[in-house]
Design a protein around this ligand. Sequence first.
Ligand code: PHE
Ligand code: FE
Length: 299
Amino acid sequence: MAALSLEAQRRNPAPAGVAPDWTVPQHWSRYTPEQHGIWNRLFERQQAQLARRVVPAFRTGVEVLGLGAHGIPRFEALNERLSAITGWSVVAVPGIVPEEVFFHHLANRRFVAGRFIRTPAQLDYLQEPDVFHDVFGHVPLLADAAYARYMQAYGEAGVRAREGPILRHLARLYWYTVEFGLMRARDGLRLFGAGIVSSNGESAYALDSREPLRIGFDVCRIMRTEYRIDSFQKNYFVIDSFEDLVRRTADADFTELYAQLAALPSIPVGTHLPGDVLYPPNPQLSCAQAQRGEPLPVI
Ligand code: PHE
Ligand code: FE
C-alpha cells in the first residue's frame, strides 16, 4: 500500500512537474537567508508563547527532532530522526493535495508538508499552510507513539471512507483534534492542535479567553460540529491523553456511529448542549496553587 494505486493516480492526476503521488523535492538550498530568518523569528516567538501552554510531548518532539531557530529544517535530516523514532516521515507537496492522496500518505506514516514559507507581512496570519505551520505545528507530535498511531489510523479511516458523508465527519474529527485540540492536565488545559500551536494569537486565546467553549471530548459530538476556517474557534474539544484518544477512535469500531450520524443534524459552532462537559479558561494560578497542582473545577 506504499505507492498510490494506478486507479487513485488516475482519479487524482498530479500537475506537471509533480510526482504521481503529488510529492516534490523540498529544494532546501533554494531558501534565501531572509526565508530562514522568518522561520527563526516564528520559532522563537512560539517557543516563548508555548512554554507553559503546550503538551509536554510537543516539547519533547521539538527537542528529539532537533527543531530550533537555525533555519527552515531540511526534511532529509528531520526524517532521519523522525523515522527512527516512530517510522513517520515528512514529504513536500506543492500545496493542497486531493483528499485521497492526503489520506494515502497518512496511512503510510508520511505527513505531507508545504515547502514555501510565509512572507514577513504574513507572520500572524495566512490561509494556506506553509512549512512553519506544517513542520513546527504538526511534526513534533509525530515523534509521540500514541499520536503517531492515531494519525496513521486516521489516514486508514480516510482511505476506507473515500467519499460521501463519512468524509465530512472525519474532517471535523481532524479539525477538532489534529488542528485545534486541547488536552487536560492536572493544573489546567494544554494545547496540542497544530493550528493553535503555530498561531501566536490563538495559542493564548484558546486557553485564556472567556469567549470560546471548551468541551470534553466526544467523538459523536465532534463529528456533528461545524467549524469555521476564517476566525479563532468558537469551540474547542478537550482530550484526556493521546492514549485515550486512540482508544476512542483507532481502537473503536465506527460502523454504528457512522450509521447514527447519518440521521443526526449538524451542530452550529459555539453551541452549548445539555450533555457537554465544559472546562473554564486557565486561571492565573498563584504560585502556591500551581505547586499543589490543584485540578481545575468543572463548570
Ligand atoms: N476505528 C474507526 C472505525 O472503525 C476508524 C478511525 C480511526 C477513525 C482513527 C478516526 C481515527 O472506522
Ligand atoms: Fe495543519
